[in-house]
Ligand binder design. Structure first.
Ligand code: DGL
Length: 269
């Protein structure tokens, strides 16, 4: 098979990376995509960097066996704690969601104040801060873990009184800081965009790294002459490490379209 006809490999700890897949399909409908959701081991956001790195290596090996041309780590936690090491180890292009999100935030802010929200592991790693300060040393940054947002998104509680109360509870403390830009540093958070925007006010720009990541993947493929040019592409293969049953239902909500088939697969196999 010609290199450019191979699939784009994408993994996440679970269903959240499908927000990135949705953007990849929107921007490159002719590309084949293989997705792996590590649903048996989700969440990554509460685990140690060593554990997340081990999981990420196993997921990468699984996708490489599927003969992909690029791997997208569509998980903020894995991008924060594992991507720098994986970049050194791998010989095919590997990219994550962190740098595209940081670049978009640095470009979006006008008052130089940025808030980052994500899982506990992402926030603890300070990876977003490091990247943002590298882009602009004058920025003022505050960051905050919002772990309950993951459960709300998984449960499909994307709006309503309870979700709004939880969002207030986390984000009201940041109002005084006066950031004009809020980085949604977790794959699940774009689903709560509506209620988050309502709580922080429409004047605050929400940076969704899913869209930026898709653009970055497109740039990498173009730079490496890896864009598929036939019109028979657009296949989506989906694998998960736990039972496919619930994944399909929630996944379709994340993806915004039906998923034909979800196969069970252990990364250790
Ligand atoms: N995919 C994870 C992330 O973007 C969120 C879910 C988890 O904690 O594994 O950080």
């Amino acid at each position: 098979m010609k290199e450019e006809d191979k699939s784009i490999g994408v993994f996440d700890s679970g269903v959240g990376g499908l927000t990135v897949v949705a953007e990849l399909i929107r921007s490159m409908p002719g590309e084949d995509i293989v997705y792996f959701g590590d649903t048996a081991r989700v969440p990554y956001g509460t685990k140690s960097p060593e554990t997340v790195l081990r999981f990420a290596r196993e997921n990468l090996d699984f996708l490489k066996k599927k003969d992909v041309k690029i791997i997208v780590i569509a998980c903020n936690t894995a991008s924060s704690v594992a991507l720098p090491l994986l970049l050194v180890e791998e010989d095919i292009p590997v990219t994550g969601v962190l740098l595209p999100g940081a670049k978009a935030a640095a470009a979006a802010t006008e008052n130089g104040r940025i808030t980052i929200i994500g899982t506990s592991a992402t926030i603890r790693s300070r990876a977003y801060e490091k990247e943002l300060y590298r882009l602009n040393g004058d920025l003022e940054i505050r960051s905050l873990p919002c772990p309950l947002f993951v459960s709300l998104a998984e449960e499909g509680w994307l709006d309503g009184e309870i979700t709004e109360m939880v969002v207030h509870r986390y984000l009201d403390s940041l109002a005084e800081f006066g950031a004009d830009t809020l980085v949604l540093g977790c794959t699940h958070y774009p689903l709560l965009k509506g209620v988050i925007s309502k709580v922080v006010g429409e004047g605050v720009k929400l940076v969704d790294s899913a869209m930026e990541t898709a653009l970055e993947v497109q740039r990498i493929l173009e730079r490496n002459n890896l864009v598929r040019d036939g019109d028979d592409g657009g296949r989506f293969d989906c694998y998960v490490s736990d039972t496919p049953y619930l994944f399909k239902e929630v996944g379709e909500r994340f993806l915004g379209r039906p998923i034909d088939r979800v196969e069970h697969q252990n990364t250790g196999d």
